[in-house]
Design a protein around this ligand. Sequence first.
Ligand SMILES: Nc1ncnc2c1ncn2[C@@H]1O[C@H](COP(=O)(O)OP(=O)(O)OP(=O)(O)O)[C@@H](O)[C@H]1O
Ligand SMILES: [Mg+2]
Length: 544
Amino acid sequence: MLQKEARLPVRLRFLLQHICLYPSFFRIIQKEDRPLDNKTPAVKMRNITKRFGPVVANDKVWLDIYRGEILALLGENGSGKTTLMNMLSGIYFPDEGEISIDGRPVVIRSPKDAFDLGIGMIHQHFKLVDVLTAAENIVLGLPGKLDLKKAAARIREICSAYGFEVNPEQKIYDMSVSQKQTVEIVKVLYRGADILILDEPTAVLTPQETDKLFAVLRNMRDDGKAIVIITHKMHEVEDLSDRVAILRHGQFIGDMPTAKTNAQEMTNMMVGHAVELNINRPEPKDPKPRIVVKNLTVRSIDGILKLDDVSFTANSGEILGIAGISGCGQKELLESIAGLQPVEGGSIEYIEDDGTPEQLLGKDPLSIQQMGVSLSFVPEDRLGMGLVGNMDLSDNMMLRSFRRGRSLFTDRKSPRKLAETVVHDLDVVTPGISTPVRRLSGGNVQKVLVGREIASAPTVLLTAYAVRGLDINSSYTIYDLINKQKESGVAVIYVGEDLDVLLELADRILVLCGGKVSGIVPGRGAKKRDVGLMMTQLGGKTNG
Ligand SMILES: Nc1ncnc2c1ncn2[C@@H]1O[C@H](COP(=O)(O)OP(=O)(O)OP(=O)(O)O)[C@@H](O)[C@H]1O
Ligand SMILES: [Mg+2]
């Protein structure tokens, strides 16, 4: 019945879509194309609308989620992915629309309702109690008598069924980010979830941890669970998902089998127009030493060697990429240069324009900042460093002192103007610059942070995980901005997780392994495999 009605408009729309709006075409095709095996979706969302004041976060969205399938939910920052999933997990209630589970209409008013329906969501920000153990967190809030022994046994069962590694007795504060995430997943499985939603689960994981997570997700899919993953990383979408669904500006644009599409097409659909997915690498112009690090040694408060005799030079007009697995000293390296890290030995010199070296060790962060060293560090908790959630965009701009000088933004501007420029240049999705930062979607918060740091007209830009959580289009915007900084003579030190990007963007790559310099290689012509090896074992040529 439905299909008959749809047939005529399909042809008509086919023509129209081909002219300009081709993405909606996929939606029609997909509906016609879907195997008519009468498979009932585990979740059916129809005409779901959610508004936050003037913002329409979801606009009449249709979405089907199937068991035995991994669905990647894609969309630019602020396109409404988290909001849509929050309505399944009982955090928000739709203004309009219907939800059915296994063909049965349901009303989900609370996270408990969601759990009762077998829906579990792993959020971007974990919700665990630090001082409790894994097992205590997992059973927290469950009705009935607390039997931790029984719980631990059940947790072990779940872990061995899917390949998790969790020690039920371990305290959360003793855990790595990836272990905490595992606890979150086990927690929802423990409560019987068979529809799992993961909101950007890999944003804070190393490539190795991501592989482990994906293996577990595949096991769960093969076990018949319905899985939704939100991610901005196209290679993950291609590697893991069976189907993709795309949102744009709160609207459902289309869905299709992953095997029938590619990164370019998905990006175009997300953005609404063709996007070029190439990173430029202009030749450095007149590079001169700007930061000279010699024999830098840093220990953590508990005495662990974090940086071991690290020496290198960062030049003006050049991007020095830092590669390394998580925790191998990148953070300490950037923080040492920025004056935020106690240093045990060595020296860090800032070379003035006239060639005069200035020792940065012993200087406080403010005076280092005033010399032109700007640190844009995107931490695991995006609102934890540098931005204040309750303040609006414009006030957040003021949390920094601005200097005159080479800048993307030509003049020293008032915070309001600056906020407007950042919003415009980085396409920040926000109702206005008076909106508190905490109301923005994760990726948009980050654009504000990076935009502000770049706007401070640095001579040295230290950036860590600049594109973490950013959609693909915004990531390329950031690469462009970083390149512009380089071309205007800034010495950029870029710590990144994505080796493919480092290999395309950086002029030289310094590889860290366990706090030591494993090698420095030219970015042009470097092989991913070689750099990967240097990340895990010391060795390699030092050319720089
Ligand atoms: N609690 C809230 N109050 C006001 N506006 C909100 C709230 N939650 C989300 N929004 C707005 O709704 C829109 C969709 O946000 P959402 O977090 O769903 O985006 P997203 O697709 O998950 O983005 P990202 O990829 O950056 O995480 C954004 O414009 C956001 O600013
Ligand atoms: Mg989100």
